[in-house]
Design a protein around this ligand. Sequence first.
Ligand code: NAP
Ligand code: ZN
Length: 357
Amino acid sequence: MYLFMPTLVYSKKDCVKNHFREIALTGEKAMIVTGKHSSRKNGSLDDVSAVLNQENISYIIFDDIEENPSVETVMRARELAVSENVDFIIGIGGGSPLDAAKAIALMAANPEANEEVLYQSNALPYLPIICIPTTCGTGSEVTPYSILTLHKQKTKKSISHKIFPTLALLDTKYLKTANRSCIVNTSVDALAHLIESYLNTNSNSLNRIYSEQGLRMWAEFKDNLKNDTLSEKDYERMLHTSMVAGIAITHTGTSLPHGLSYAVTYELGVPHGKAVGMFLGGYVDNYKDKNEAGKVLELLGFSNAKEMRCYLNELLGKTELSPELLSANADSILANKGKLKNYPFKITKEELINMPN
Ligand code: NAP
Ligand code: ZN
């Protein structure tokens, strides 16, 4: 058993402004890594820029991170980071900019290395990273993972390096500009992290502290999420649940729903949380240890797996997957020892094909 969560986290209203000291102590020249629009709309980019200006820390902005960021984008940002001599990275946004920030921090600290090192497991240094999440799903602000799109392999894959952010600053106000589908999809991603961490080969009574508590927290906003009646308190719960779910998968990894989702996102452009959510009901329903699956349902306040499947279908809507995609996806999971090892039982191709809700 082990527990390791080295990221310093503050969650408070105006925490970017109020933690200017920690930001200023992280380095002398920053690269802000973000998406095209949302951080301008929700005020997070202005808040960070104001602190850096106030503290006389120079910075550059790389605002070209796409959803499901690619290795190519990371390499473009690395070139700029190296030529501008930046010594720390600030990721602002959903999981895409935060994941990209980690990979850029690694590549920038190893300016001679080519992109292949992203998927080699030798230990390498990386620049310090500050993460400011503006969605409520990935928990990337506390996880060591960075998932990149590999166009050459037509899929997405976690890089081989474990890169924890130094500092995470959580402020609910940045969530407020997110539309309903972004809130729904990212909350379901957090739910998937909790379930896949709890029902996982690597789960144990110590690391289940996080998944169990996260499942209880998710249950508290479940009805308001479905009925579109989220309160101020719910937004805070969602942001915190996402972070707790991130700590949970830090200790266990994810499992089959995540593995099955990557091709759905790559081939059909389905957002990450929605793609993962398509397999969640089936994962719990068919989980071979019925006691453990029952515990998950109980913590979430569902009376049985069918009720959970209906809830998810209503929340996410149905996406039809072709038999060809399902078959190819099942084959690729069966060939992926890394993902299979997190699932404690044997699984057949037919069971994988039948997993969608
Ligand atoms: P995302 O891809 O980061 O963002 C999705 C969309 O939401 C973008 O269009 C973005 O706009 C917009 N957006 C972000 N924050 C917003 C806000 N506050 N208001 C309005 N719009 C906002 O979405 P995500 O689901 O958070 O991240 C998904 C990625 O994270 C995937 O690549 C997934 O594989 C990865 N992931 C990582 C981990 C991990 O542990 N590291 C875990 C799970 C998933 P802009 O582009 O303009 O910013
Ligand atoms: Zn996820």
